[in-house]
Design a protein. Structure first.
Length: 223
C-alpha cells in the first residue's frame, strides 16, 4: 500500500541493529543490519514487538565493552528477544507468535553477570503489517492476556497509523528510513513473569464497542 511503503527513500540509511543496541541516535545510529527489516521480511508478523529508540545497553545499565566484545565472540548474540514459531490458522482468523524472552535473558546474564528481569523491558508494538492487511484498529485485551500489564488502562481500540518514511530521529546525516509513529495504545507494556501472553484484537473498521467481535485475533506469547 502506497500510504504505508511509499515514503521509503532509495539509497538512504536505515536505523541499524547496532545503532539501537549500542549507540542510539547519532552518527552510528545506522550501524549494523536494518532493524526495521523484521516487519518487511516477515509480512505475516502482524504486530512486531520491540523497545523504544534508545540504546538498549544504556537503557538497562549494561557494560558497552562487554557486549561489544560479545557481538564478535558469542554465537548466540542477540539484540532483542527473537520472534519465532509464527503460526497462522486462517479458518479461525487467528495467528500467534512467540518471543524467546528466557533465551535472551540468559544471553544478557552471561555477559552482564546479573539477571535481566522480564519486567525490565518496556514493549512497544508496530502494527505496520496488520495495517497492510487492512486491519486498521487494534486493541490489547489485558483481561484475556496473561502476566502482561501497562501503567494505565486502554479504553478504546487504537487506529494503526504505522508507515515507513525518511525521518530525522536517528540524527544521522541525511536521515534514516524508519517506521513511525509512536502510538500510546500500542506501547508501555511489560511482562510481569514468564510465561506470558498478550492478546490483540483487530478490526478492519472502527468497532462500535470493544465487545464487538474482532475480525482477527493475534496472540503474542513470551517464553
Amino acid at each position: 500500500r502506497e500510504e504505508i511503503f511509499g515514503q521509503i527513500q532509495d539509497g538512504r540509511h536505515w536505523w541499524g541493529s547496532d545503532g539501537l543496541f549500542f549507540f542510539s541516535a547519532g552518527t552510528k545510529s545506522a550501524d549494523g543490519s536494518s532493524e526495521r527489516s523484521s516487519t518487511i521480511l516477515n509480512p505475516y508478523l502482524l504486530l512486531d514487538g520491540n523497545e523504544t529508540q534508545v540504546s538498549f545497553i544504556k537503557n538497562h545499565n549494561l557494560d558497552f565493552v562487554d557486549f561489544f566484545h560479545a557481538k564478535f565472540n558469542d554465537p548466540k548474540f542477540q539484540y532483542f528477544p527473537k520472534a519465532r514459531h509464527l503460526r497462522w490458522t486462517p479458518e479461525k482468523n487467528y495467528a500467534e507468535v512467540t518471543y524467546g524472552v528466557s533465551e535472551f535473558d540468559q544471553f544478557i546474564e552471561r555477559h552482564a553477570k546479573r539477571a535481566l528481569l522480564p519486567s525490565e523491558i518496556e514493549w512497544t508494538f508496530r502494527a505496520v503489517n496488520a495495517r497492510d492487511f487492512g486491519l486498521e484498529y487494534v486493541f490489547v485485551d489485558l483481561k484475556q492476556s496473561e502476566n502482561v500489564s501497562r501503567p494505565s488502562e486502554i479504553a478504546a481500540a487504537t487506529q494503526a497509523q504505522d508507515f515507513y518514511h525518511l525521518g530525522g530521529s536517528c540524527k544521522f546525516p541525511g536521515g534514516c528510513n524508519n517506521c513511525s509513529p509512536y502510538q500510546e495504545g500500542l506501547s508501555n507494556f511489560s511482562v510481569k513473569a514468564l510465561p506470558a501472553k498478550a492478546r490483540f484484537l483487530l478490526w478492519k473498521t472502527a468497532p462500535g464497542s470493544l465487545a464487538q467481535k474482532a475480525d482477527f485475533t493475534y496472540d503474542v506469547h513470551f517464553e
